[in-house]
Design a protein around this ligand. Structure first.
Ligand SMILES: *Cc1c(COP(=O)(O)O)cnc(C)c1O
Length: 223
């Protein structure tokens, strides 16, 4: 099936509160363009340089979401245009995002990435680190970021029950923060969870943003 057909089929199946982030990492700008022509506007990338290049080349009404690990020294390259950063995993990174957002005279929407998988390789804060960050004086002083929710990646496994349990634990932290952390910098409305292999489970567990690449663009080839 074509990119357009894949995209429209997935969109048709989604509940109205779920937004689709089309993950275009490793695919050429022409693939993004095809999805754009089918009416899609929200795209996710995991590398700063690739996202910046595509932002240059493609229509300016695209919303670019950074979903991969972000190094503090690279925030400045995306601060002028990024729509949302899903992968905030330290106070230090958030401070740099706040600083660069201020330089660009804007507020950048962020999600805190929470570690929910049983693998060693995934980035993210644990639940206690997340709460400590949201309670810190440094966080409270920031004026140019807004925490709009949480992001998490489940373990890469065929065990659907394990995936479901991991997503449920993220949703429970999300609900807890929503109830207990009332602050102008915190607008808990988005729960970014679910990829091609597990987005259906993620939606059952309350996801509001799914990040889907290969089910739209086809199998990825890494160099
Ligand atoms: C690549 C990636 C995705 C999309 O993965 P697919 O399996 O292609 O749907 C989602 N989230 C993150 C953080 C990614 O790096």
């Amino acid at each position: 099936m074509s990119i357009k057909e894949n995209l429209l089929n997935i969109k048709k199946s989604l509940p109205s509160q779920v937004k689709l982030i089309a993950v275009s990492k490793t695919y050429p700008a022409s693939a993004v363009e095809e999805a754009y022509k089918a009416g899609h506007r929200i795209f996710g990338e995991n590398k700063v340089q690739e996202m910046s290049e595509k932002h240059e080349q493609l229509p300016k009404d695209i919303e670019w979401h950074l979903i991969g690990h972000l190094q503090s020294n690279k925030v400045k390259y995306i601060a002028p245009f990024v729509a949302m950063i899903h992968s905030v995993d330290s106070l230090k990174l958030l401070q740099e995002i706040n600083k660069q957002a201020q330089k660009n005279n804007r507020v950048i929407k962020c999600l805190l990435q929470i570690y929910i998988a049983s693998e060693e390789t995934k980035f993210g804060l644990d639940k206690e680190e997340c709460k400590a960050l949201l309670s810190s004086a440094e966080f409270n002083a920031m004026r140019n970021i807004e925490i709009v929710g949480l992001m998490g990646m489940a373990t890469n496994t065929d065990n659907a029950l394990q995936i479901k349990t991991e997503f449920a634990s993220l949703r429970s932290l999300f609900n807890e923060i929503r109830t207990n952390y009332i602050h102008k910098n915190i607008q808990q409305s988005e729960l970014s969870m679910g990829m091609s292999s597990d987005y259906k489970i993620a939606i059952e567990e309350g996801s509001t943003m799914i990040r889907v690449g290969s089910s739209i663009f086809g199998a990825r080839r890494y160099n």
